[in-house]
Write a protein that binds this ligand. Structure first.
Ligand SMILES: [Zn+2]
Length: 352
């Protein structure tokens, strides 16, 4: 859970404590209705309630039920919708009928335990390849000028990274968008990413690896990018009909969820790259962007720029296989940190 959500939760609990006390003394209509606050306590979940929009979200172990006062629809896990009696405000508190409450309880109690969340697949994407060399630079090695191509650098790092991940996680799918000097188009990469099959509580991580280039030959350093929160993907396509008016809200919530995970991966990788190559290449930090591959991959995703082939000193580093292994180790450590965090906590809402 994010800090923001914690604060929000604390605030709502205070709000509800106040409202419950008030409603108990001032309202006798609540006999036939169950407040969402009580229902949430009963299932051991959390309630987020926005009195302005009338939208309530119940959350437990990363699963959600979204509903709105006056609307008969409940949406489970951003996808499946069910039509029940519309929730109403009783003494200012969002409340539901007994049968409604039973359905919500059934949903949350039929879920698998939170420990079943895991990373099912890691998709490593070495940028460019084949006819597309990516950025090109020149390194002076043993007095000779050697051409350094981004496509070769990133393939070496991606290969070493994949090998390490396969050893560490024999139970996870570790895939590469290319394993040789071939050119999968951006669309091919996205299609591959979205076509990876995982179990119902499994997430896929998407890690794209690149090297940088700049007109200014003194530019140097590595950076890790994640998807801009401003970009709103339509990740919910299963919900139809009356639920359409809720989609923009659900979409933005889903986006926030993916972004949070992507920022966490980006931060982990940036920190651990800093530990392995930070003494050779400056850390340019984590950045946000709505680049193509991530934008269309429905999963938490990051893009790593390992350094500048346009900088003669960095080109020399990127020509060194030992240095590239350190890059791979840095990314590997960052992913392991993230996976430990992810699998040790609630996981995030499955969006398949
Ligand atoms: Zn690139």
């Amino acid at each position: 859970m994010t800090q923001k959500n914690k604060r929000r939760t604390a605030w709502f609990f205070l709000f509800f404590a106040f409202c419950s006390a008030w409603a108990f003394s001032a309202d006798t209509q609540s006999d036939a209705a169950i407040s969402l606050y009580d229902l949430s306590s009963k299932i051991g979940g959390e309630l987020f309630w926005d009195p302005l929009s009338g939208i309530a979200r119940m959350v437990k172990d990363g699963h959600t039920a979204d509903l709105r006062v006056g609307s008969p629809l409940v949406i489970y896990d951003y996808g499946r919708a069910e039509r029940l009696d519309s929730p109403a405000l009783v003494g200012g508190i969002p409340s539901v009928t007994v049968s409604f409450s039973k359905r919500i309880e059934d949903f949350f109690t039929s879920l698998p335990p939170p420990s079943s969340y895991k990373v099912g697949a890691i998709l490593i994407d070495p940028g460019h390849g084949g006819k597309d060399p990516g950025a090109i630079g020149t390194a002076s090695i043993g007095g000779k000028a050697v051409q350094i191509r981004e496509k070769d650098v990133v393939l070496k790092v991606a290969t070493a990274l994949s090998e390490a991940l396969r050893v560490a996680y024999p139970d996870k799918k570790v895939l590469m968008t290319r394993s040789g000097d071939t050119y999968p188009s951006l669309e091919d990469r996205v299609e591959l990413a979205n076509g990876v099959k995982t179990g119902p509580n499994e997430a896929i991580l998407y890690v794209s690896i690149h090297a940088n280039s700049a007109f200014n030959k003194s530019s140097s350093g590595f950076e890790v990018w994640y998807l801009s929160p401003d970009y709103r993907r339509t990740v919910i396509d299963k919900t139809e009909g009356d639920a359409a008016d809720l989609l923009p809200i659900l979409n933005s919530m889903m986006e926030e969820e993916f972004t949070t995970e992507s920022i966490l991966i980006a931060k982990s990788i940036s920190d651990s790259l800093n530990a392995t190559i930070g003494n050779k290449s400056p850390n340019r930090g984590i950045k946000e962007e709505s680049w193509f591959v991530v934008r269309n991959a429905k999963m938490p995703s990051v893009l790593i720029e390992l350094g500048f082939v346009s900088n003669p000193a960095e080109a020399k580093l990127l020509a060194d296989d030992e240095y590239l292994k350190k890059c791979a180790t840095g990314i590997y450590n960052g992913l392991v940190t993230f996976i430990n965090h992810f699998e040790g906590s609630r996981g995030f809402t499955a969006a398949q």
